[in-house]
Design a protein around this ligand. Structure first.
Ligand SMILES: [Zn+2]
Length: 296
């Protein structure tokens, strides 16, 4: 084991200028990684913004615009479901065509170098897997999949898109600002006209295979992530404000279990008071610099 590194500043916030990553921040992160060879990496929306996928929140953790749909709204109202699928039809290409960025690739390189014990993501965009990370735990599911709430049949989201477009040609050409998780800020007044496809197998209700707000993360998924945390030496948060409890809890559990938590995130996080190290810098530049250091 390397010596305990004096460079780690407990409860310090290192805020480099955006254009350059300060050597001190990189030194501290490098030392943290060397001291804790098995990392539990937890990622959030901030890692995918460089891939063109908008996040939900601003730098202060507040909603950028209206909050996303809840499970109760989706299940309880045909008009909410029409609104959801109309916005999804417009927003899907943004996430469906998105490519991994340098941060995803750097984490895949850390994984290949046996430095990542577990990669748990709050994102539903599948970009970690496409960058080459293995055994990713998708806490909130996958926007690339759809399932039937009645018979359980599973579909790819890509296979649903042509059907949505074919049934709703008037809406399909609409332009709208992309939003998080394949959503779009569509000013939509056709709530009673939008035609939602049903399950091809049974005619049942289709739902994207993601955990909506107001919906619990499946128990077995939490258990798998908790076991991965037990096997890890430390937590590295990348690109998350941790405002949602389903992600924040791993930091709280890490503290209870005596494992230090570091974070790379522009803006504040809910876990700031318990962080051993905070690097307030862009994810991709930071992780790419880290990987270059480790390879040197
Ligand atoms: Zn079905």
């Amino acid at each position: 084991m390397p010596d305990p590194a004096p460079l780690i500043a407990v409860n310090s916030v290192v805020s480099p200028a955006p254009a350059t990553l300060e050597t001190a921040a990189l030194d501290a992160l490098h030392a943290f990684i060397e001291r804790h060879p098995r990392l539990f990496v937890l990622t959030g929306a901030g890692i995918s913004t460089d891939s063109g996928i908008p996040g939900y929140r601003d730098d202060n953790g507040a909603w950028k615009r209206s909050p996303p749909i809840t499970l109760q709204e989706f299940l309880g109202s045909e008009s909410w479901r029409r609104r959801y699928w109309a916005r999804s039809m417009i927003g899907w290409p943004t996430v469906g065509l998105a490519q991994p960025n340098g941060a995803h690739r750097a984490l895949a390189q850390l994984d290949a170098a046996q430095r990542v014990g577990a990669l748990v993501t709050q994102n539903v965009d599948g970009l970690h897997q496409r960058a080459g990370s293995r055994d990713v735990i998708e806490l909130h599911g996958s926007i690339g999949h759809v399932h039937c709430l009645d018979c359980g049949a599973q579909y790819t989201r890509a296979s649903i898109q042509p059907e949505l477009v074919a049934r709703n040609p008037a809406v399909a050409g609409a332009l709208a600002e992309p939003a998080a998780d394949g959503d779009a800020h569509l000013d939509f007044d056709g709530a009673n006209a939008f035609d939602i496809p049903a399950c091809a197998a049974c005619g049942g209700m289709l739902k994207p295979s993601v955990v909506f707000f107001g919906e619990n993360v499946p128990r077995e998924r939490v258990a798998a992530a908790s076991a991965a945390l037990d096997a890890a030496d430390a937590v590295l948060v990348v690109g998350s404000s941790l405002m949602v409890y389903s992600g924040y809890r791993f930091c709280a559990w890490a503290q209870q279990r005596g494992k230090p938590v570091a974070a790379i995130n522009l803006g504040k996080t809910r876990a700031d008071p318990l962080l051993a190290l905070k690097v307030a810098a862009p994810c991709a530049a930071t992780l790419e610099a880290l990987v270059a250091r480790l390879a040197a």
